[in-house]
Design a protein around this ligand. Structure first.
Ligand code: COA
Length: 280
């Protein structure tokens, strides 16, 4: 059985991360499957909404650490970056259900979902620094935007987990429910969305993403001719900013994966010991 299960019913395509023995950590092959599923969902007119979920006890332990060691993502065409790009640019609504740990990309992918429902056991963390890495998925842009700089610094520099209620407070999560209800709630909300006019949903999502970013508002206030202004605004749309930021992060992330701090962190994980960064 595949580690990514895809089930489409009543206009909702549900992608389930299912690799319980490795805590739903995600391999290159799984990113590939997620990317293929998103491309198919975008192209299929009968799919109106995508749901991403894990199980009641684990959303995802993040990137598979063995994969980081053996097949680190090489360049923008690596499956992880193709998945993130497809998710960030996905035009139809995406709903996530998160229970248990959501580590690394298990948290950062949520910044690109439209609705997030969490079990009260959800624990979000972005421990990139602890692994000798840097943020990905445009999280170094989006986390400060969502949480404010100081809370973002705590999440990204210390890499400590924050629980469902804290995620609700900063706006990462829409609602917190018992873990046994999270996937069902996400499914029910997705079905509500699937009954709405898709063109309005897609246009609303596009407009919200455009409206999100401050740069466009700054540009809009400048006395430029409307043609130049429109063109610049379109190019400066938040999606373009997010995708460009993601590419910049991706370059740093790829380089840092090969550096001594990350090698020490991954080696320590595999050998089940504490990493020693004292000489790095
Ligand atoms: N990559 C590969 N294997 C992983 C993994 C990962 N990211 N996360 C967990 N596993 C494996 C463990 O090595 C363990 O394997 P074993 O049974 O052969 O010893 C198995 O999954 C169970 O993990 P365990 O740590 O015992 O589960 P837990 O319930 O105590 O803790 C987590 C769950 C998610 C908190 C913990 O596994 C964890 O912190 N994982 C690493 C997360 C991480 O740093 N990800 C990278 C982010 S960029």
């Amino acid at each position: 059985m595949s580690d990514i299960l895809v089930h489409t019913e009543a206009g909702v395509s549900t992608l389930t991360i299912h690799r319980p023995d490795r805590k739903n950590s995600i391999t290159s092959a799984m990113y590939g499957a997620l990317h293929v599923a998103l491309v198919a969902a975008q192209a299929d007119a009968s799919v109106r909404v995508v749901v991403i979920q894990g199980s009641e006890t684990i959303f995802s332990a993040g990137n598979d650490i063995g994969d980081f060691l053996n097949t680190p993502p090489a360049g923008p065409d690596a499956p992880v970056f193709k998945f993130l790009h497809a998710l960030a640019a996905f035009p139809k609504p995406v709903v996530a259900a998160v229970c248990g740990p959501a580590v690394g990309i298990g948290t950062t992918m949520l910044f690109h979902c439209d609705l997030v429902y969490a079990g009260d056991n959800a624990a979000f963390s972005m421990p990139f620094v602890n692994l000798g890495l840097c943020p990905e998925a445009a999280s170094s842009l989006l986390v400060p935007q969502m949480m404010g700089y100081h809370r973002a610094a705590e999440a990204l520099l210390l890499g400590e987990p924050f629980m469902a209620e804290a995620a609700l407070e900063v706006g990462l999560v829409n609602r917190v429910v018992p873990p046994s209800e999270a996937n069902g709630l996400a499914q029910a909300q997705a079905r509500k969305l699937a009954a709405k006019p898709l063109s309005s949903l897609m246009q609303t999502k596009r407009l919200m993403k455009m409206g999100q970013q401050a740069q466009a508002r700054k540009l809009a206030a400048k006395p430029l001719s409307s043609l130049v202004e429109t063109k610049r605004l379109m190019k400066a749309g938040s999606q373009a900013e997010v995708l460009a930021h993601m590419a910049t992060e991706g370059q740093s992330f790829g380089r840092m994966l090969q550096e001594p701090a990350a090698r020490e962190a991954f080696g320590a994980f595999v050998e089940k010991r504490k990493p020693d960064f004292s000489k790095l």
